[in-house]
Design a protein around this ligand. Structure first.
Ligand SMILES: *Cc1c(COP(=O)(O)O)cnc(C)c1O
Length: 361
């Protein structure tokens, strides 16, 4: 058995050991067929069965209603920043965006290439440390859709509620918190998530889109970015990211075995409670996010003396606590505690934090 460190990377992030072991066991000879999944035609019966099962398991986990299509696409979440307006924002139309941090800002910048973007609300006046209350939002009367990011992976703030947009389709970037707890998919027009945070390996973005939103792409939309073409072709208009799709399917099976997203919610709650409690009960560590807006998945924290950052990180690495360095734009530390990062990892981190504070604080 090789040694597995505790990996707090924001993305590509930790995957469940059991999933990697299964992939390893199936690597050379998938279920007696004498070849690896990477070497299969995406049109073969074997691969289509893998792909179909992965979609079904994801549908089961999130309770995706029948009038939604699930797409397994490439280009990451960032490509969706363009794909969404190309499909849903008519020429001359307006879309509402909520600005809560770096990822929603990127989505806004990209969407501006395709039409008028109204910033319905911004967390800027609160230094991006709190989600703006819906009562303060200025939604346009004629928006094609409303876009927000449910979990800002870098700033570490998260919606713990779903915005109300009546008949206007709600579009959400759930890259870093999909599958972390139960979700009412029917509240959304479109949900998208880059796989490499809480689903599987990079190279894949999952899109869950309500059927009535297909077939609206503008004429100039590239074929590869037209949701309807992807949906009509079972996400196989061209060769999909077959191995990432397969591995994500193994993660979905693992999630089901754990008890699904209800169990994940319970464990994720225990993890974030433990970590925030450790931060809040110390004068040495701090997190600037308003308590109601704190992320369950990405926990940024600072040391009272930033000259100790390097020493903290080196000591963490010695103990097998990896990738705790904060995003370059924010500094400090960040622990990403996605589904595949267990309570034992957070316990080890909290124990190290206490020890470090005692010695150097
Ligand atoms: C990582 C991330 C992205 C970008 O994902 P890519 O797949 O690298 O394009 C977008 N949004 C959020 C919330 C993310 O965490």
């Amino acid at each position: 058995m090789s040694k597995r460190a505790f990996n707090f990377c924001a993305g590509p992030a930790a995957l469940p050991t059991a999933v990697l072991e299964r992939a390893q066991a199936e690597m050379l000879d998938w279920q007696g067929r004498g070849l690896s999944v990477m070497e299969m035609s995406h049109r073969s019966d074997e691969y289509v069965a893998i792909a179909t099962q992965a979609e079904q398991d994801l549908r089961d986990l999130l309770g995706v209603p029948d009038n939604y299509r699930v797409l397994f696409l490439q280009g990451g979440a960032s490509q969706q920043f363009a794909e969404i307006p190309l499909n849903l924002l008519p020429e001359g139309g307006v879309a509402d965006y909520v600005e809560t941090g770096i990822w929603s800002k990127k989505a806004i910048e990209e969407a501006r290439r395709y039409g008028t973007i109204n910033i319905a609300a911004s967390a800027k006046s609160q230094d991006y440390f709190a989600i703006p209350a819906q009562s303060d939002w200025q939604l346009s009367a004629n928006a094609a859709y409303v876009h927000y990011c449910s979990n800002e992976t870098i700033g570490g703030l998260q919606f713990d509620w779903i915005p109300e947009t009546a008949d206007v389709p709600l579009v959400v970037d759930m890259s870093s918190d999909i599958l972390s707890r139960p979700l009412d998919v029917s509240r959304f027009g479109l949900i998208y998530a880059g796989a490499q945070k809480n689903i599987g390996p990079s190279g894949l973005v999952v899109v869950i889109v309500r059927e009535d939103l297909l077939g609206r792409a503008r004429a100039s939309c590239p074929t590869m970015l037209d949701y309807k073409i992807s949906a009509d072709n079972g996400s196989m208009y061209n060769t999909p990211a077959t191995y990432s799709w397969y591995l994500s399917g193994l993660v979905f099976q693992w999630l089901k075995e754990q008890g699904g997203v209800e169990t994940m919610e319970r464990i994720n709650r225990a993890k974030k409670d433990l970590l925030y409690k450790a931060i809040d009960s110390s004068d040495f560590y701090s997190n600037p996010v308003a308590p109601a807006s704190r992320s369950w998945m990405n926990v940024p924290f600072r040391l009272a003396d930033e000259r100790l950052d390097k020493v903290f990180l080196a000591g963490a690495e010695e103990r097998g606590l990896l990738n705790l360095k904060g995003h370059r734009s924010v500094g400090g530390m960040r622990a990403s505690i996605y589904n595949a990062v267990g309570l034992d990892a957070v316990e080890a981190l909290v124990a190290y934090m206490a020890e470090f504070e005692k010695e150097r604080g």
